[in-house]
Design a protein. Structure first.
Length: 134
């Protein structure tokens, strides 16, 4: 693989936190309140109830669009999906993602080995596709 250019890396570095924020913005922090509903069950927190029932306006729209783009990426390029999920969603660093790729390849008896530069190319490509499909 050809290494990613500094412009590509800057573009990707700019978008990773934005995509991560979109991914995480819709998940409610609390599921239940301290009280009980009329049936004696734990009462849902209003944020959780809104999220569960599909409310939430613009934030849920952004999250939904990103989720669809991630699903499309998973169907079309599993390696780019795996790398983008680990970096964008889980917040892993490129170095640890590269280590994970190599450990998995070794565990599965594959000859593939990745460098940090390879992982950078994969995440740059993944971010470009996510932005295109978003």
């Amino acid at each position: 693989m050809m290494p990613a250019s500094s412009a590509q890396l800057e573009h990707t570095a700019k978008w990773i936190p934005e995509l991560a924020a979109m991914w995480h913005e819709e998940i409610p922090i609390r599921m239940h309140m301290r009280g009980f509903d009329d049936g004696g069950n734990p009462q849902w927190h209003p944020d959780f109830a809104n999220w569960l029932m599909g409310g939430g306006g613009e934030n849920s729209e952004r999250r939904s669009r990103l989720t669809q783009a991630m699903r499309r990426l998973r169907k079309r390029s599993i390696r780019e999906y795996e790398v983008s999920y680990r970096i964008i969603v889980l917040g892993e660093r490129i170095e640890s993602t590269t280590k994970w790729l190599n450990e998995r390849a070794e565990r599965n008896g594959k000859a593939d080995r990745y460098t940090v530069a390879d992982t950078e190319v994969i995440i740059c490509s993944a971010v470009d596709k996510l932005l295109l499909w978003y």
